[in-house]
Write a protein that binds this ligand. Structure first.
Ligand SMILES: [Zn+2]
Length: 288
C-alpha cells in the first residue's frame, strides 16, 4: 500500500503537470485585456490591437479607441477604475483600424490628432470616429490631474500624420505601426514614406524614455527603435542594390534575404511584401 502510494505520486504529478500545461496552451487569449504598465498607466488590448490609457484625479486620457466593440468594453472597465470621465481621446494616426469607436466618449472628451490626420478623418465621415477638435503641427502638451502627456510629430513614416505619445513622468512612449518591436513592417508598406520613416525613427531615438509600447505585439524598450531603424536601412540598401543591377520585382523578392531578422515576428509572411513595398517606393523615387 505504502509502495503503491509512493510510486503513484510522480505519476500523479506528471498527469497534473500535463493537464496544467495542456489547458494553459489551449486557453484562448482573451479578446480584451487590461494590464498595468506604470502608476495609473494601463495597456488596453483588443484582439491584435492595443493602446494605452491614463487615469488621473481630473479625468482619463485614452489613446486609440480601436473599435466600437473595444470601447464598449473599455468604457465599463474605466468606470470600474475611476468615477472620472474620459477627457481626451488621442488618435495615433488616421487609420480606422486603430481609431474607430471613440464616439462612446464624445459627450466628455476632446479628440486630438496631428493636423494632417483631420482632413482624412473628416473625409472618411465615419460616425464611430469623431472628428478631432484639437490638432497640432509639431508638438502639444496635455496636462491633466498632475499628469503630463507630450504629443510629438516626428515626420512622415507609416503615415503622414503619426504622432507619438510620450509620458515623461513614466519614461514611456506609445507609437503605433511605425516602430514594431522585433517584428518586420506591415505587408507592402501601404501608405508609407520609407525615407522619411528612417528620419522619423532617428528623431524618436532622440527622445527621453525607457519603455516602448507599440500598437501591436510585445512591449519593448527604447533600444527597439534603433533595431527597427537598422532593419529599414538594411532593407532599403538590399533592395536598392537589386534595382541598380536591373532586377525585376520578382527577382528582387527572390534574391533579397536579411537572415539577421529571420527570428523576428512575421518575417516569413511579410518580409517578401516589405521587399515589394520598398522596391515600388525606390523605383518611383528614381523616376522623380
Ligand atoms: Zn496604420
Amino acid at each position: 500500500m505504502i509502495f503503491s502510494k509512493w510510486w503513484s505520486i510522480p505519476g500523479a504529478l506528471a498527469v497534473l503537470l500535463f493537464l496544467v500545461c495542456s489547458t494553459d496552451a489551449q486557453q484562448p487569449r482573451p479578446i480584451d485585456e487590461i494590464t498595468n504598465l506604470a502608476e495609473n498607466v494601463y495597456l488596453f488590448r483588443h484582439q491584435s490591437h492595443q493602446a494605452i490609457f491614463i487615469v488621473t484625479p481630473a479625468g482619463v486620457i485614452v489613446t486609440d479607441p480601436i473599435s466600437p466593440d473595444a470601447t464598449a468594453w473599455l468604457k465599463i472597465k474605466i468606470a470600474a477604475l475611476t468615477d472620472q470621465p474620459v477627457r481626451y481621446v488621442i488618435y495615433s494616426h488616421h487609420h480606422n483600424d486603430h481609431i474607430s469607436g471613440g464616439s462612446v466618449f464624445s459627450e466628455t472628451a476632446h479628440f486630438v490628432s496631428q493636423q494632417a490626420a483631420r482632413p482624412k478623418i473628416l473625409q472618411a465621415a465615419d460616425p464611430d470616429i469623431p472628428v478631432p477638435d484639437l490638432t497640432f503641427t509639431d508638438r502639444m502638451t496635455i496636462e491633466l490631474g498632475g499628469k503630463q502627456v507630450e504629443l510629438i510629430y516626428t515626420g512622415k513614416n507609416h503615415s503622414d500624420n503619426s504622432l507619438v505619445v510620450l509620458l515623461p513622468q513614466n519614461r514611456l512612449l506609445f507609437a503605433v505601426d511605425f516602430i514594431p518591436v522585433e517584428t518586420v513592417a506591415y505587408r507592402a508598406l501601404p501608405d508609407a514614406y520609407p525615407d522619411d520613416w528612417i528620419e522619423s525613427l532617428k528623431q524618436v531615438e532622440q527622445l527621453d524614455f525607457d519603455t516602448l509600447v507599440p500598437g501591436h505585439g510585445k512591449v519593448g524598450t527604447k533600444e527597439h527603435v534603433r533595431l527597427f531603424r537598422e532593419y529599414l536601412e538594411a532593407l532599403r540598401l538590399a533592395v536598392s542594390e537589386q534595382i541598380r543591377h536591373g532586377a525585376t520585382l520578382e527577382e528582387a523578392q527572390h534574391q533579397v534575404r536579411l537572415p539577421k531578422y529571420e527570428p523576428w515576428q512575421s518575417y516569413a509572411d511579410w518580409f517578401p511584401e516589405n521587399v515589394a513595398g520598398m522596391y515600388r517606393y525606390l523605383s518611383q523615387q528614381a523616376k522623380k
